[in-house]
Design a protein around this ligand. Structure first.
Ligand SMILES: [Zn+2]
Length: 313
């Protein structure tokens, strides 16, 4: 019995020892693994930048940010400089299309073309023609164009005396007000323009110099032109020549008052008008009228001898 007891005790001791040994082994392996992990963590810790390095990096980032800001400011400066130069390089080109001696049935064709192209123009009209076609005058104004007096009779004998001239002017102004319902502006165009040989024939050499100075003193502005199509001359039979003439006169010219005529037989003008408008549009001109003409534009016309030209012979 005692022997059996000792056997059991011996076996139990062996069992406890074995279990202990296995447990110990496992713990030491876990310890080893933990040690390895610790070494890796230490290495990683060593690789992390220290406080000084961090500060240095932060400074570098701040410097780079300042540089980016400076460059952005520079870009903005250059961009505004570029747009300023673009504006300076591209001065506004202006063209005033003007039609004399109407209204006539041809005016309707001219209006249709202008409306289709969405372009406004100015019409210097004759009193007798306005009496004949009041509806066309109204339509012209209603379509956004400008109507201004040219003369009542368009008879060059008006240049015989001041009295004859002013009576004719007063008459066309009355017709104007009767049809359009408001007073005519004091802007007009002389038949034949401010320098015309007919005035010398009727009133003598001194007539226009003194008439123009008298008109200026009364506050009138008379408008000539600096580009012609020749549509009132023989070349109206040759539309290509007319276009050539317009283009020739418009080159290197950024401020244009172009002269056309909307008298009934002048079909070539209507025929050519779309091409003329296309030409000015391609050349970046802005279409202007005397309906909303500015005082700066009138001044520009004076400088260029298009408005209130001083006449001396
Ligand atoms: Zn005329």
């Amino acid at each position: 019995m005692k022997q059996k007891f000792l056997g059991i005790l011996f076996l139990t001791a062996i069992f406890i020892f074995t279990a202990y040994y296995i447990g110990l082994n496992q713990s030491s392996r876990q310890l080893e693994l933990l040690n390895e992990k610790l070494t890796i963590l230490e290495q990683q810790m060593n690789n992390l930048p220290n406080e000084n390095e961090l500060e240095e990096k932060e400074q570098q980032v701040a410097e780079l940010e300042t540089q980016i800001k400076t460059l952005n400011d520079k870009i903005q400066q250059l961009e505004s400089e570029l747009s300023r130069l673009a504006v300076e390089k591209k001065p506004t080109k202006k063209v005033f299309l003007t039609f004399d001696d109407g209204p006539s049935p041809l005016t309707k064709d001219i209006l249709a073309i202008l409306n289709k192209k969405n372009v406004q123009a100015t019409f210097f009209t004759i009193g007798t023609m306005m009496e004949q076609y009041p509806e066309i005058v109204k339509q012209t104004y209603e379509n956004g164009h400008m109507v201004l007096p040219h003369s009542y009779s368009h008879n060059y004998s008006i240049y015989s005396t001041f009295d004859m001239f002013y009576k004719d002017l007063a008459k066309v102004e009355t017709v104007y007000e009767d049809i359009l319902g408001f007073k005519s502006p004091t802007i007009f165009r002389f038949p034949g323009g401010s320098s015309n040989p007919s005035s010398i024939k009727f009133g003598g050499k001194q007539f226009m110099p003194s008439l123009t100075s008298d008109l200026r003193a009364r506050g009138y502005t008379y408008i000539d032109w600096n580009v012609i199509s020749g549509d009132a001359t023989k070349i109206s039979k040759k539309p290509n020549k007319m276009l050539e003439q317009v283009i020739k006169g418009s080159q290197n010219n950024n401020f244009i008052v172009a002269l056309f005529h909307d008298i009934a037989p002048n079909k070539a003008t209507a025929q050519l008008l779309p091409e003329i408008i296309d030409y000015y549009q391609k050349q970046d001109y802005t279409f202007r009228t005397f309906r909303d003409v500015t005082s700066e534009e009138i001044e520009e016309m004076m400088k260029r001898g298009i408005a209130n030209k001083t006449i001396s012979y």
